[in-house]
Design a protein around this ligand. Structure first.
Ligand code: B12
Ligand code: SF4
Ligand code: SF4
Length: 394
């Protein structure tokens, strides 16, 4: 009598492959996420994602995995922990980089892990039945991960995976295979509001949505001017921000073993020296940052971010470097933010530097920044920093 061979156990195959690589995995059906399409549509229409080219068409695509693979029936959702402890040895006048960008760009590592799982499924199915994605195609990654029960979405809008917390990267294998799904978790934040209180810019609304225009992560990534009223709230962050996650109780309680590929190799990757960053030119940028998430937007954006963080450091030691940036930086974006930083520090030399450049600056936007930086003194007679009780350190 012939033995009847059932279909391969795709759940077990994907699980074994993911666990071997330290990743958590859960399964969802690939039906369109109607609630997410509506939520996203409302979020985009409300203007909270103005720096992203997201619209109703994107929301529709991102909530339907068939956009990624025609005939999709299941989504294998993967979470990979990345947070490493802060390296010791932070020096003065250093900026702060979000944990996710301390090491090599996560996309490559995620592609490796997702690719291995996909290959295992393809091999079991005997044909190509998968497509992998991680940030690379429209897909509401958190929504599908939540549907799969890989975790739950917190008020900081990140997916919190039980036992791992929210410092996880998400990636998916969309497949035409029919894989029995997992159930969503029945969890919410309850009455906790810690992330909302910890957010310096008020980006978290408290109803599980975000005004991304105010999020430091977005502000440090955008390629145009950072709105003036938000600059002082950025503090020392030069790329990304982790504050809402650092205070999150389930993340604090979690004890994930982070993927070794995401470990910082030197303290400078977490806390780069601001004066060096302000002078960063393309050769050094390519060598130090091109392979990391901090390399996504180019050297001028990092110099701009360094100027803002130096302004917020309120340390007169930064004035000569900011003065040089205002005078010689080839990028008006950097000159404009250097002007703001000098105005924020507000020492006699800083104000002299601004007055000297006022007539010589060719770019109208930079001239306006210089004017605004001086006006904040001339109108009130004293700098905002002093008014709010903070003093330049020297
Ligand atoms: C654009 C983007 C950003 C923007 C906007 C962030 C945001 N909250 O949407 C900015 C630049 C601000 C950003 C910042 C960060 N990002 Co980002 N980002 C993305 C990206 C590319 C798209 C997200 C998107 O479409 N946003 C639009 C909103 C409206 O949709 P949504 O986030 O999917 O959320 C909706 C659904 O989840 C839905 N929903 C579905 N089911 C349910 C159930 C419940 C109960 C609720 C309430 C909602 C809900 O409602 C939500 C609101 O509309 C994704 C990758 C991807 N393709 O998903 C990474 C991604 C979300 N980012 C990621 C990371 C790591 C970050 C940062 C932590 C990086 C950093 N340290 O600086 C911060 C976190 C800031 C924060 N508090 O969110 C990870 C998140 C991992 C995780 N554990 O959740 C992702 C998934 C990338 C990845 N592949 O790992 N990011
Ligand atoms: S990442 Fe920072 S700025 Fe963005 S929501 Fe969280 S705490 Fe606020
Ligand atoms: S800090 Fe509290 S409210 Fe915010 S996501 Fe974590 S559990 Fe939810």
């Amino acid at each position: 009598m012939d033995t009847v061979v059932g279909p391969p156990d795709y759940r077990a195959i994907a699980r074994a492959s993911a666990h071997q690589r330290g990743a958590a995995v859960a399964f969802a059906t690939a039906e369109p996420e109607v609630a997410t399409r509506q939520r996203m549509g409302a979020a985009f229409a409300g203007g909270g994602f103005a720096t992203w080219r997201y619209d109703a068409a994107y929301a529709a695509a991102a909530s339907d995995p068939a956009t990624i693979l025609s005939g999709a029936r299941s989504v294998v959702c993967v979470a990979v922990p990345f947070a490493h402890p802060e390296p010791p040895g932070r020096a003065p006048l250093c900026g702060r980089v979000s944990n996710y960008a301390w090491s090599a760009d996560y996309h490559a590592r995620m592609r490796d892990i997702l690719g291995e799982i996909a290959r295992a499924l393809d091999a079991a199915a005997g044909s190509s039945v998968t497509r992998i994605t991680c940030d690379t195609a429209p897909l509401a990654e958190r929504a599908f991960a939540a549907r799969a029960g890989l975790g739950w979405i917190g008020k900081h809008t990140n997916l919190i995976a039980p036992g791992l917390g929210s410092f996880v990267f998400l990636g998916e294998i969309v497949t035409t295979l029919e894989i029995p799904p997992d159930a969503p978790l029945k969890k919410t934040c309850g009455t906790c509001t810690r992330c909302i209180g910890a957010c310096p810019t008020g980006a978290l609304r408290g109803d599980y949505t975000i005004d991304a225009n105010r999020c430091i992560s977005d502000l440090t990534q955008r390629t145009d001017a950072i709105p003036r009223e938000l600059r002082a709230l950025i503090g020392d962050w030069v790329w990304g921000c982790d504050l809402c996650q650092l205070v999150c109780p389930p993340t604090q309680r979690a004890s994930p073993r982070a993927d070794a590929a995401f470990a910082p190799t030197i303290a400078a990757e977490a806390f780069p020296a601001l004066l060096g960053l302000l002078r960063l030119r393309s050769g050094e940028f390519k060598r130090r940052y091109r392979h990391t998430a901090m390399g996504w937007r180019g050297a001028a954006v990092l110099r701009r971010n360094a100027a803002v963080a130096l302004g917020n450091a309120l340390d007169r030691a930064a004035v000569p470097a900011l003065e040089a940036a205002l005078e010689v930086d080839p990028h008006p974006l950097v000159r404009g933010h250097a002007a703001w930083a000098l105005g924020r520090i507000g020492s006699p030399r800083a104000l002299d530097a601004l007055r000297c450049r006022e007539g010589g600056e060719a770019d109208g936007v930079v001239r306006e920044e210089i004017g605004a930086a001086l006006a904040s003194w001339e109108t009130f007679g004293r700098p905002r920093a002093l008014e709010s009780g903070r003093k330049p350190s020297r």
